[in-house]
Ligand binder design. Structure first.
Ligand code: RBF
Length: 295
């Protein structure tokens, strides 16, 4: 039922309002829907996250407005710069603190703005020192291929492209700690044959993941959509039926030039990316199983 939280603060003058609004927008607040009814105006500044924190047992050691940022030192510099054009330098020393470590593994500075209102306006800008702070807890795969057994199925059609994709996949596996002896490469005539070979390999249970490689070029391929849909469906079905991750490295392109771009020229190497996805999926599968076993 809750949609959001709004803190309302008074600013001393229209000029201060204007100037403070500009500062906060330049630091990354999003402009919300404000209001102006002739007797006063409101500027809405939106942040991606908000929370209400209740404290008991001791007085809060922070100002009532806390803005979480990344790049705290850059924010401090921007606030200092802004203060130089709004306050005398001796005032700034008393109004703006330097970033300091808190007892909650963060750094924080406070700035006292817009005196002359009933409440005053003190803002604390802070940044967590924990790099994972604010990230929802999630299982994520590692990119280590050490000890992983991987099969690569690659089509001979458009070998100019598929050989480059294969090279990209091998490159990703070896650079992620995998061993060439643990990689089996199977060549099939065309993309159409990729799903059945992938499935045969997956059913042997000798591999942790399968990487599929092919290249369909619309210009040369009659019934392009029909072939492509069946290849994608077959690879997906093999993955779902066998439970073994299948990375999809089958290019579908309008032209040979577009295919070359995706095989290492201008748009990365999709074979490399498919191998990285396979490695990540094996790792994720292992972690999910380990967390199940631990229950
Ligand atoms: N295989 C590919 O991997 N990429 C293609 O672009 C491609 N184009 C084809 C176009 C035609 C008209 C035909 C008949 C086949 C094509 N194939 C292509 C081969 C297909 O994947 C398969 O190997 C053969 O049809 C034999 O089953």
């Amino acid at each position: 039922m809750i949609k959001g939280i709004t803190l309302v603060r008074e600013v001393a003058s229209a000029d201060a309002h204007e100037s403070l609004g500009r500062l906060l927008l330049s630091l990354g607040f999003e402009q919300g829907k404000g209001w102006d009814d002739g007797t006063g105006r409101g500027t809405a500044l939106l942040a991606p996250l908000g929370n209400l924190e209740l404290v008991s047992g001791r007085a809060p050691a922070v100002p009532p407005i806390l803005i979480e940022v990344f790049g705290l030192d850059a924010v401090h510099r921007a606030v200092h710069q802004w203060m130089l054009s709004n306050y005398r330098s001796e005032e700034i020393e008393t109004l703006l603190s330097g970033p300091e470590l808190t007892h909650w593994n963060s750094r924080l500075f406070t700035v006292k703005l817009s005196d002359g209102t009933s409440e005053g306006l003190t803002i604390g800008f802070w940044q967590s020192e924990n790099p994972l702070h604010g990230k929802p807890a999630a299982i994520e795969g590692d990119l280590s291929a050490a000890g992983m057994r991987i099969a690569i199925v690659t089509a001979r059609w458009n070998a100019v492209i598929t050989d480059r994709l294969l090279q990209g996949s091998l490159d990703a596996i070896l650079r992620s700690g995998g061993s060439r002896a643990d990689v089996e490469i199977v060549r099939v005539p065309g993309a159409w044959e990729v799903p059945s070979a992938a499935r045969t390999l997956a059913e042997t249970k000798r591999f942790d993941a399968i990487i599929t490689i092919g290249c369909l070029i619309r210009g040369e391929t009659a019934h392009y959509e029909a072939i492509y849909n069946e290849v994608a469906r077959g690879i997906g079905q093999s993955q779902q039926d066998t439970g073994i991750p299948h990375a999809f490295g089958v290019l579908t392109c309008e032209t040979l030039e577009q295919a070359l771009d995706r095989a290492g020229i201008k748009a990365g190497n999709k074979g490399f990316e498919a191998a990285v996805a396979a490695i990540e999926m094996v790792s994720i599968q292992r972690k999910i199983k380990a967390s199940e076993d631990g229950k």
